[in-house]
Design a binder for this molecule. Structure first.
Ligand SMILES: Nc1nc2c(ncn2[C@@H]2O[C@H](COP(=O)(O)OP(=O)(O)OP(=O)(O)O)[C@@H](O)[C@H]2O)c(=O)[nH]1
Ligand SMILES: [Mg+2]
Length: 325
């Protein structure tokens, strides 16, 4: 009989120690990797090719089950729309991690931006799993829109899908199951079915990989600094002559004659400099309309269209986009 790890969904096996699903005894419910993440916060990188994750999402198309698309409101990936290529199901958009976005950004403005960006959704909810914010309202919407017992939870890696499901289990079911969550990408490796009640089964799925994201280049220790833990304090600079903004040892931004506001984790070291001794080899020269995104690290709002030069330690996506709010 096939037995799946209750933490990450992978099929348990006791043969190959370095492969997915390894456990030294098939009597266990957790694979070794999940056991180590949970008990020692020790993460072993163990991912599958992105096309296998895409195939899992595509399979949902064969059903008319409701889909919850979970999106990290601070790190909306560049290719977020890709998901709509794979599924035609009804999509309830769940914007999560509201707790890290500054409260000075009004929910009404977020709603306007979201309605403009996501045209193919039946509804949306702005939540924080961490703070239990709007979870009752989300749970009502799930019950309102679901067409069948099964509801799929999809999104990009690290969006907070499994954390949300754990919260729903805790709040609204008698079960004490817990899915493995972590700060590193590709924590969930296969589908995990969770019965919330007789009429509702949530199905967790592995997150699609974010292309060229800093998330994939750094250690878990670094990621702890990069991922905001609490409300972001935006940093504004008025820049006249040519200056440099340095973010840890990840990027150097070269700008002049502009006002900019940086949204990034409060734990990151951000400095303004007039001279730079050493640059990085990945160079991006681009015109930014009003928002610059460094994938997996931060975004910066500009008061006007401007030319910027970015030196990046790693080969990651750097691009301009229309700000949503
Ligand atoms: N601040 C904050 N962090 C959150 C919230 N929800 C999840 N996180 C964090 O986001 C990280 C990723 O969470 P997961 O639930 O493992 O993400 P996932 O979408 O299941 O990721 P994959 O399994 O890789 O697809 C963890 O460090 C969580 O603690 C939230 O509401 N607020
Ligand atoms: Mg997960």
């Amino acid at each position: 009989m096939i037995k799946k790890c209750i933490g990450c969904g992978s099929i348990l096996q006791d043969k190959e120690e370095n492969k997915i699903g390894y456990t030294y005894s098939l009597d266990k419910d957790l694979c070794n990797r999940c056991f180590r993440i949970r008990n020692y916060s020790e993460y072993t990188k163990m991912d599958r090719p992105n096309n296998e994750y895409i195939d899992i999402i595509k399979n949902i198309n064969k059903t008319d089950d409701l889909v919850l698309l979970v999106v990290d409101i601070f790190m909306i990936p560049k290719n977020i729309d890709e998901i709509f290529k794979y599924i035609n199901n009804n999509v309830l958009l769940v914007l999560t991690k509201r707790d890290v976005l500054p409260l000075s950004i009004k929910n009404e403005n977020i709603e306007i931006g979201i309605r403009k960006k996501f045209k193919n959704i039946i509804d949306y909810e702005l939540i924080s799993s961490l703070k239990n914010y709007n979870l009752d309202s989300l749970f009502e919407k799930i019950n309102k829109y679901k067409k069948s017992k099964n509801v799929y939870v999809v999104g990009f890696t690290n969006a907070g899908k499994s954390t949300l499901i754990n919260k729903i289990i805790y709040n609204y079911s008698d079960s004490n199951l817990e899915i493995t969550t972590s700060i590193m990408p590709s924590t969930t490796l296969d589908t995990i079915k969770i019965d919330i009640n007789d009429n509702l089964t949530l199905i967790d799925t592995p997150g699609l990989l974010v292309e060229n994201s800093l998330m994939d280049k750094v250690t878990s220790k670094e990621l702890k600094k990069i991922m905001p833990k609490n409300e972001i304090r935006p940093i504004t600079y008025q820049i006249k002559e040519k200056q440099y903004i340095v973010v840890e040892d990840y990027i150097i931004l070269e700008v002049s004659d502009v006002s900019l506001t940086i949204y990034a984790s409060n734990s990151l070291k951000i400095d303004r400099k007039y001279k730079i001794k050493e640059y990085y080899s990945n160079i991006h020269d681009l015109k930014v309309n009003n928002q610059l995104v460094i994938e997996g690290l931060l975004y910066i709002n500009f008061n006007k269209e401007t030319n910027v030069k970015i030196y990046s330690k790693y080969n990651i996506d750097v691009y301009s986009r229309e700000r949503l709010w």
